[in-house]
Design a protein around this ligand. Structure first.
Ligand SMILES: O=c1nc[nH]c2c1ncn2[C@H]1C[C@H](O)[C@@H](COP(=O)(O)OP(=O)(O)OP(=O)(O)O)O1
Ligand SMILES: [Mg+2]
Length: 220
């Protein structure tokens, strides 16, 4: 058995335009001595339509579109938030929750608004509050699907990771990206956006997916 083609490259292409994801991949892959490139380095690649029904399907779409265009192995991440009180929404629509070109701030505002509305209607269980008085609005889970695609063989290697938390009505911390400021991690009694890159990697959905994926490349 030999190593996967990806590991023959000094620079690893991650098919994302999300700067927060790029920082996290760069942090993780640097430990393997690899430099991380992203779609910011390849502006010629057209916008990728993420029309899969699952995180895994979308990760495969991003990896294949980019890998077939560049002719090198490509890693892709599709991820998002499943909120229990919203029956798993926004899920694969997490990036577009507040609209097609929504910012993280827009999405976070909408999430708090929707959950507060359901609480005011009395249709959700009371989950209590934190020491600083902020309310716990709903249990939630981050999910990350990774797909690695090699255009030379047409083969995919895939992995998934999750992390459980609770959505709060006020932000905690200014690290991370996306929904991190609203994602409380009960296990650590801290907010996801209060963690360092290294701490987030140790517990996050993306960190877990990478820990499942990377060993598979040693004997692919
Ligand atoms: O660790 C995370 N911490 C906080 N929020 C997160 C995380 N991971 C995903 N998320 C949120 C951000 C975005 O609202 C959606 C991902 O959407 P997703 O389509 O996979 O990424 P994206 O559109 O930002 O970039 P791209 O598709 O180019 O990779 O879930
Ligand atoms: Mg996207």
């Amino acid at each position: 058995m030999s190593k996967h083609q990806l590991l023959q490259h000094e620079k690893i292409v991650v098919a994302t335009k999300n700067a927060g994801k790029v920082r996290e991949f760069a942090h993780a892959l640097q430990k393997l001595g690899k430099e991380t490139l992203s779609l910011h380095d390849y502006p010629q690649i057209p916008d990728i339509v993420e029309d899969g029904d699952t995180f895994a399907a979308n990760a495969r779409i991003k990896a294949k579109t980019t890998g077939d265009t560049l002719g090198v192995p490509v890693l892709a991440d599709d991820s998002g938030l499943r909120v229990t009180a919203l029956n798993g929404a926004p899920g694969v629509y997490s990036a577009r929750f507040a609209g097609e070109h929504a910012s993280d701030g827009d999405n976070n505002e909408k999430l708090i608004r929707e959950l507060k509305r359901l609480h005011e209607q009395g249709s959700l269980p009371e989950l209590g509050s934190l020491d600083d008085g902020s309310q716990l609005l709903s249990e939630a889970q981050f999910v990350c699907a990774l797909a690695l695609y090699d255009p030379a063989t047409g083969l995919f290697i895939e992995a998934e990771g999750t992390v459980d938390g609770v959505i709060t009505d006020k932000p905690h911390g200014d690290g991370g990206f996306g929904y991190d400021p609203l994602f409380w991690v009960p296990r650590l009694n801290r907010g996801m956006a209060e963690l360092t890159k290294e701490e987030k990697q140790q517990i996050s959905h993306r960190g877990e997916a990478l820990r499942v994926l990377l060993p598979q490349l040693e004997q692919a």
